[in-house]
Design a protein around this ligand. Structure first.
Ligand code: COA
Length: 261
């Protein structure tokens, strides 16, 4: 019997739906899932047909319950170290994808599950979802980017309160503090994520890629440097066919058809 894949990829036009598929373990990340996720991301990164990625979890209960704590219990300290580097690098790879990634947070997202959502560009949560960086409750710290990405998203004070208390928060509170961008009814989550993904995929993919790069790189620096980064990103766009197509479509009063060229 072929083992079940821990990460499923479904192509829906120019959108790839990536599903963490260990519902019996609340889609927790073990070594096998991480390795499949990494492979999937590399494939999608270099797939010119795919313009936007939606990440979600299988089943109705969980987006991802973080690191697989059962697997962790059998690891040596060196193996734990290796796992942490792997999960951090995998989420950084996700963040650096040259195309937008939307997290469709369908249920519990704890520890590494919240860190996965934080590494995505945009988060849409089902109204019953629960998020949290719960690691200090386990005597560890967020190690897949949580201590860095959460304060950047919600501010230092709120991030400290959440990380120090290990408190689990509702989708409504996550929306309130800017940890997710949208909350919808559970039954409408995938549709909402796909709708947003399709809207993005109608726009110039090279432009979206450069805008993502400018925002991500620019936010890590002072305004003057950020503006220089923006200027460089614009320079990449000027010689493209897509830019000319945008102008032509406007002149001809039609929808543009961007080819990413
Ligand atoms: N790693 C491995 N297995 C996990 C897991 C994790 N992080 N989270 C849940 N599971 C497993 C449970 O052990 C259980 O398996 P079992 O039936 O073989 O015992 C199964 O998933 C269902 O979980 P259960 O706890 O029975 O469901 P629940 O709805 O009562 O609670 C959670 C779900 C996610 C709230 C709860 O399991 C939990 O708090 N998990 C730990 C999450 C966490 O702290 N993650 C941070 C890791 S750094």
């Amino acid at each position: 019997m072929t083992p079940t894949k821990a990460v499923l990829t479904e192509r829906r036009g120019s959108v790839a739906l990536v599903t963490l598929n260990r519902p019996e373990a609340m889609n927790a990340c073990d070594r096998a899932l991480l390795s499949e996720l990494r492979e999937t991301l590399v494939d999608l990164r270099f797939d010119p047909e795919i313009r936007v990625i939606v990440v979600t979890g299988a089943g109705e209960k969980a987006f991802c319950a973080g690191a697989d704590l059962k697997e962790r219990a059998g690891m040596t300290p060196l193996e734990v170290k290796r796992f942490i580097v792997t999960i951090r690098d995998t989420f950084s790879l996700l963040e650096a994808m040259g195309k937008p990634v939307i997290a469709a947070v369908n249920g519990v997202a704890l520890g590494g599950g919240t860190e996965l959502a934080l590494a995505c560009d945009i988060r849409i949560a089902a109204s019953g979802a629960m998020l949290g960086l719960t690691e200090t409750g386990l005597g560890i710290i967020p190690g897949a980017g949580g201590t860095q990405r959460l304060p950047r998203l919600v501010g230092k004070g709120r991030a400290k309160e959440l990380i120090f208390t290990a408190r689990r928060i509702s989708a409504a509170e996550a929306l309130d503090i800017g940890m997710v961008e949208q909350v919808v009814a559970a039954g409408e989550l995938l549709e909402a994520a796909m709708r947003m993904a399709e809207k993005i995929s109608e726009n110039g993919p090279l432009a979206v890629e450069q805008a993502k790069y400018a925002i991500n790189a620019g936010m890590e620096t002072d305004l003057a440097t950020g503006l220089m980064i923006e200027s460089r990103c614009y320079d990449v766009i000027i010689p493209t066919q897509d830019r000319l197509e945008g102008l032509a479509a406007f002149r001809e009063k039609r929808k543009p058809l961007y080819r990413g060229e």
